[in-house]
Design a protein around this ligand. Sequence first.
Ligand code: ATP
Length: 274
Amino acid sequence: GTHFSECVQQVNFSFDDIGGQAPAKQELKEALDFVLHTNKVRELGIRPLKGILLTGPPGTGKTLLAKAAAAYTHSLFLATSGSEFIEVYAGVGAQRVRQLFRTAKERARRDKKDGAIIFIDEIDVLGSRRGSQTGHLEYDQTLNQLLVEMDGLKQDDQVRILVIGATNREDMLDPALLRPGRFDRIVRVDLPDKEARYHILQIYCRNKPLADDVSLEKIAQESFGFSGAHLESVANEAAILALRDNSPLIHHRHFKEAVDKVMMGEKIDRKPNE
Ligand code: ATP
C-alpha cells in the first residue's frame, strides 16, 4: 500500500458532537454548502472552494471540525500532519504530497464516496514563509507541490477534493497559501467561553454516573482558559478519582480536584472572570 493508506479514517462524527464553537461550525458549514451544491456554484460561475484553514489554539476541536466536515459532505477523510512531510532528502516531501492526493482520489473512488477531505494538521510546518528556514530547500519544494496539487483541482474532477489545514501559527504561514483558489476560507476556532465549556463538559459526562451534588455550571465557571481537550481530561480525571475513592458516583469534589489536576499539569493561561 501507499504511505498514506493508514491515514484514511472512518468517520461517523457530527457537528453536534462538538461542544460550543457555534461561529466556527456555522462558517464551516456555509463553506461546505458550496461543496455540496456544486451545480449551483458552477452555474453562477463561482470559483470552487479548494481549501479551508482552521486556526486557533491547540485542543480546541480543529481536528473534530474537519472530521465532522467529512461526514457532512459524505467524503472520505484522510488525516495527516505537516511534520510527516519533512524529510532530510530533497524531493521526498514533494513526492509524499503527490502520493497523498493520489491516495485520496483512489480511495474515495474505491469506497464510493462523493469526494475526499484531506486534513493537514500543523500545516505551518510545511507551509511556513518560504526562505524562513534558511537553507531548507526541502520545505519549499514540499509547499510548492501542495500549491501545484491544489491549483490542479478542477470542478469537474471525478472525485472532488477539499483540503482542510489546521494551524495555531497563522502568522507563520506563507502568504502564497492564502491566495484566492487555495486556502481562501479561514475559520477561527477559539477557546471555549463559559457556555461552551458547560456544553463540552455535558458531552463528556453523558455516559458517566454523576452524583446529585455535581454542578457542571460551576465547573464550567471555574475552568477559564481550558480548551476542549482539557475539559475532556477533567471529565475523565473526575471519574478516575471517584474510582480511587471507591465511589460508584462521581461527586462535585472529584470534579474540583480534577480541575486542579489538569491545571497543574498544563500551563493554562487563566483569564479573569468572563
Ligand atoms: P491540535 O491543534 O492540538 O491538533 P485540535 O484543535 O485539532 O488541536 P482536537 O484534536 O480536535 O484539537 O481536539 C482534541 C480533543 O479534545 C478531542 O479529541 C476532544 O476529545 C476534545 N475536544 C476539543 N475541543 C472540543 C469540543 N469543542 N467539543 C468536544 N470535544 C473537544
